[in-house]
Design a protein around this ligand. Structure first.
Ligand code: E4P
Length: 221
């Protein structure tokens, strides 16, 4: 399962990219607004730092506008994936951009039916928003389960990109189901990394080593 970061925060992207944990990035207008600054420069910088796919979202709601923005965004780098909303206009833009070899991530997916249509339109990724479904009193994880089953039945090439992830258990469940990608807010990735027993264990190892060093002051490893 690939791990993407769901952020436009450059320092978080650099930090986790340096650890080799970032297979790609997803952004959206809200995440861009949260970071501020010149959005074009921020997007170009993300595309430069990260080797894997970087999803950049269009702002138009009509197909022609999406096509124009998508083609411009793609010029930022060969790893740019154009993010189009799951609307009739967005699916039409997806089909055309895909035919021009510009990969598309169809975003704002909330049902299996929508996911099937995104796959039919040739999307490279489709992004089901599981946290927002949970917030709405529905079972977000069940959508991933059903999508996996349906996509496998027909060998759809579209990758299931689990989005709107809220906590590490969403990641574990996605991995068990066999999602292709999870995109994580940096704080969720931070929580995956930490375990109190790791911290205690390391502290004790170092304390024991200090004792041994006192008995062998000139030994180095
Ligand atoms: C996905 O690509 C979106 O950027 C994101 O996961 C939305 O998540 P949210 O519900 O936390 O805003």
């Amino acid at each position: 399962m690939k791990i993407f970061l769901d952020t436009a925060n450059l320092s978080a992207i650099k930090m986790y990219n340096d650890m080799g944990l970032v297979d790609g990035i997803t952004t959206n207008p809200s995440l861009m607004a949260k970071e501020g600054g010149d959005p074009k420069k921020v997007m170009e910088e993300i595309v430069r730092i990260v080797k894997g796919d970087v999803s950049l979202e269009v702002l138009s709601v009509d197909t022609d506008g999406m096509l124009e923005e998508g083609r411009r965004l793609r010029k930022y780098g060969n790893n740019v994936v154009v993010k189009c909303p799951l609307t009739p206009e967005g699916l039409k833009a997806c089909k055309i951009l895909t035919s021009e070899n510009i990969p598309v991530n169809v975003t704002l997916c909330f049902s299996v039916n929508q996911a099937i249509l995104a796959a039919k339109a040739g999307a490279k990724y489709v992004s089901p928003f599981i946290g927002r479904l949970d917030d709405n009193g529905q079972d977000g994880m069940n959508l991933i389960r059903e999508m996996r089953e349906v996509f496998d039945n027909y060998n759809f090439g579209t990758q299931i990109l689990v989005a709107s992830v809220r906590h590490p258990m969403h990641v574990v469940e996605s991995a068990k189901i066999g999602a292709d990608v999870v995109t994580l807010p940096p704080d969720v990735l931070g929580k995956m990394l930490k375990h109190p027993l790791t911290d205690v264990g390391l502290k004790n190892f170092l304390a024991d080593w200090e004792k041994l060093k006192k008995e062998n002051p000139n030994t180095k490893i």
